[in-house]
Design a protein around this ligand. Structure first.
Ligand code: ZN
Length: 252
């Protein structure tokens, strides 16, 4: 069955606006929810928060703030802020979708930086990732990394910055599940935890550094990230360690 929503963010992370039609409007408890036939909004997941932005009705220019997007029943749904007069978009309305770009782009850079961190820590120290989270411009990753120390963290920061500056391309791919399972490096990112029903696996590769099963949005080249600064590291037990980082703007 062809899905009725075209989810643009997975094939074009740089799409920030576009035209769409309202498929469904739901008002129950909480904010009004709207389903569009095409959307550039990322619904959140994998540690990356959802986008925010605006939808604007073409007919009369009325606009609604989208305060979050999420996946409901398999579809991307937009949570609207209620207008003072309570008016909502109607099914069939033509709208222009506009993602809050500064925020999303910062998330793309942050997400890519975290992958570079994962890549370096796996390649040079053999440590597995157990979790992570981010906000625009800052994030954290947890590792099974018993011997992590302050010195090592400084070394990791320098190595990550070298990789970012190298200007590695970031590629998105989709593989049949069996093929994805055959890639040894993907297993460490717990691809086997994906539900049985998913028969295609989306992968994100920092060419020459990192390959992961991933649903998020990333920049196309590590040079766009700029650099990172490690802002802290913590012990979450004997083995589990956390590294926090923030972005450093690219030069020029
Ligand atoms: Zn990711």
């Amino acid at each position: 069955m062809t899905p009725r929503v075209d989810e643009v963010c997975y094939r074009d992370a740089y799409a920030r606006h576009g035209e769409a039609r309202v498929l469904e409007v739901a008002v129950a408890e909480g904010p009004p929810l709207v389903v569009l036939d095409v959307t550039a909004f990322y619904p959140g997941g994998g540690g990356q928060p959802s986008d925010r932005g605006v939808i604007l009705r073409t007919d009369d220019g009325r606009s609604w703030t989208v305060r979050a997007a999420k996946r409901v029943g398999g579809e991307i749904v937009h949570e609207l802020e209620t207008l003072a007069d309570g008016e909502l978009p109607r099914v069939g309305d033509r709208v222009v979708v506009d993602v809050e770009w500064a925020r999303r782009y910062a998330l793309m850079r942050t997400h890519t930086a975290l992958h570079a961190l994962c890549g370096v820590v796996w390649r040079d120290y053999g440590a597995l990732v157990t979790g992570g989270n981010m906000e625009p411009g800052a994030g954290r990753m947890d590792f099974e990394f018993e011997r992590m120390s302050g010195d090592l963290v400084g070394e990791i920061e320098a190595k990550v910055n070298t990789e970012l500056r190298t200007g590695r391309d970031v590629r998105v791919n989709e593989l049949p599940r069996d093929e994805a399972f055959a890639i040894p490096d993907l297993i460490r990112t717990k691809v086997n935890l994906l539900p049985e029903g998913i028969d295609r696996i989306r992968t994100v590769e920092i060419v020459g550094l990192d390959l992961q099963a991933d649903g998020g949005t990333h920049v196309a080249n590590t040079r766009e990230v700029g650099g990172i600064r490690v802002t802290g590291y913590e012990s979450k037990g004997r083995i589990n360690k956390r590294i926090r980082l923030e972005l450093v703007e690219p030069e020029g």
